[in-house]
Design a protein around this ligand. Structure first.
Ligand SMILES: C=CC1=C(C)c2cc3[nH]c(cc4nc(cc5[nH]c(cc1n2)c(C)c5CCC(=O)O)C(CCC(=O)O)=C4C)c(C)c3C=C
Ligand code: FE2
Length: 475
């Protein structure tokens, strides 16, 4: 396993040994700092000379796509040290700590499916239109959501009529609160969903009512993607910029956490346990199935999702190998939507290929999400299982999602505690982007764009050939 460690000494970045303490020259400013450390026991803590408590703690995986980050500002001196929870508690006793868990959200009833899909496709981080065509976003979302709704409804009906996501996320929040209390940190936990209730805005209103004085934001996606954590964080950053409450409020945003030892070990535990349920466990191929993203996200927009996914899988396999598990493994991407190319190999094609090659036993491991959801319960458990059995795979198994696994929840609680000292005020620079936000568009401009977009969408609906092309290739 590659492990790169870095230390700051004056202006230089050199190699670091665990436990190194380095005092940096006073008044040195640190603006951004990539900290590509895979061993999460090593942290970089920035101290101010007159305070004994850490002011900032940097915990940033290496990534290509740069979105707003706030944790790093200026520091008087710099110490590289191991994380000390007692020190954190001493500075947080007087605070009203809030933890905001971000997630995707899902329809609770079949009637919610179409409006939920509308919210999803109206997100410019999900359908990325060129600037010139941005005005089509909402009419297109309306069209696609109406066309896709019947298929999605069928899938949600087959798993009981709605998504289990809110229930599981609430259970995780409750379990996290208890784990934090055991670690002597009292915090209020909020759930903010991107596409369904309770929306992020609802969670933010509650945070304000509760007079939270320090906030940690934790997206429940281990790996960062523009389409998931990125989208949720940009909604938040817009709120933080516009709302005076957040001016000066210390906030720490955790962007990804797939490389945490606690998470990796929890995943390895689940895989190891499930392998034992096969009669021929050493012959089973471990089949990691990650939610896909369009290829352009990675190749054009610099989404670090694929790199992080591959990294994550090599860390899990490394952990399994250290336990003597020698099974082969493969990574494929599921749940593609639309006519564009997505990350490959595709899960369905890979299953067929493996069946043709004579593989007899597969263990599916959902890897991009930590709760059961439609794509584990319907796509993997029903569609892919059926496809596998038709393709000659004889033994099929699936690793459950982490949900409330206690080692995992405890590790997330540690992550929150470690992130607290990094909380710092978000820079409130207003975007000078004129035309991307409805709020910034005048009413007339908005009405014209909606009307024009709706006319185009309406014409698309009138052409049966186009619609059937949409239906066949998109949905
Ligand atoms: C890390 C996980 C996810 C990524 C990456 C992601 C990207 C992504 N998704 C869509 C389109 C849809 N996603 C849908 C549901 C859905 N997606 C995720 C996770 C990721 N999505 C979850 C957990 C869920 C399920 C929520 C639930 O209700 O249980 C759906 C709706 C379901 C369906 O109709 O299939 C769509 C559509 C795109 C286009 C995309 C990247 C651009
Ligand atoms: Fe999705």
């Amino acid at each position: 396993m590659e492990s790169m460690q870095t230390k700051v000494l004056s202006n230089k970045v050199t190699n670091l040994c665990q436990g190194d303490k380095i005092t940096k020259i006073p008044n040195h400013r640190i603006k951004t700092f990539a900290f590509p450390v895979k061993d999460s026991s090593i942290k970089l803590v920035l101290h101010q000379n007159d305070l004994s408590a850490p002011q900032n703690l940097i915990y940033r995986p290496q990534r290509k796509h740069d979105i707003a980050t706030s944790a790093l500002s200026s520091a008087e001196s710099c110490v590289i040290d191991k994380f000390d929870p007692d020190e954190v508690h001493s500075i947080t006793k007087q605070e009203r700590i809030g933890i905001l868990l971000l997630n995707l959200g899902g329809p609770e009833t079949l009637n919610d499916v179409q409006p939920f899909l509308y919210n999803l496709f109206a997100d410019p981080d999900i359908i990325r239109l060129p600037r010139l065509f941005k005005f089509l976003q909402k009419p297109l979302a309306q069209l696609i959501s109406v066309l896709r709704a019947p298929k999605s409804k069928e899938a949600y009906a087959s798993i009981g009529g709605g998504s289990p996501l809110l229930r599981i996320t609430n259970e995780q929040a409750e379990a996290m609160k208890e784990a934090l209390e055991e670690k002597k940190l009292h915090a209020k936990i909020y759930v903010g969903m991107r596409y369904w209730h309770p929306f992020t805005e609802e969670a933010i209103n509650q945070i304000k009512k509760d007079h939270i004085s320090k906030l940690v934001v934790l997206p429940l996606y281990p790996q960062f993607s523009i389409s998931t954590s990125g989208s949720s964080i940009s909604v938040l950053n817009n709120i933080f910029r516009e709302d005076g409450y957040f001016e000066g409020l210390p906030i720490s945003i955790i962007e990804s956490w797939y490389q945490r030892v606690g998470y990796i070990k929890s995943m390895a535990d689940l895989i190891q346990k499930e392998l034992l349920s096969f009669l021929n466990s050493e012959e089973v191929m471990i089949f990691f199935s990650a939610h896909g993203v369009p290829l352009s996200y990675v190749e054009e927009a610099g989404d670090p999702y694929k790199d992080q996914m591959e990294d994550c899988i090599s860390l899990i396999m490394c952990e399994l190998r250290s336990r003597g598990v020698k099974n082969s493994h493969v990574l494929a991407y599921q749940s593609r939507v639309g006519p564009v190319q997505w990350l490959k190999p595709y899960t369905d094609e890979k299953i067929v290929e493996l069946g043709q090659k004579g593989v007899k036993s597969l263990l599916a491991v959902p890897i991009s999400f930590v709760s059961e959801h439609i794509e584990t319960l319907e796509e993997i458990d029903m569609e892919y299982k059926e496809l596998a059995l038709e393709s000659g795979i004889e033994n099929w198994g699936r690793v459950p999602a982490l949900n409330c696994t206690s080692s995992f929840i405890s590790d997330l609680a540690n992550l929150i505690i470690e992130a607290l000292p990094t909380a710092s005020a978000i820079a409130r620079t207003r975007s000078n982007n004129n035309c991307t936000d409805d709020g910034e568009m005048d009413a007339m401009q908005y009405a014209v764009k909606m009307l024009f977009g709706s006319v185009i969408a309406f014409f698309l609906l009138l052409f049966p050939k186009l619609v059937s092309l949409f239906k066949n290739s998109l949905f």
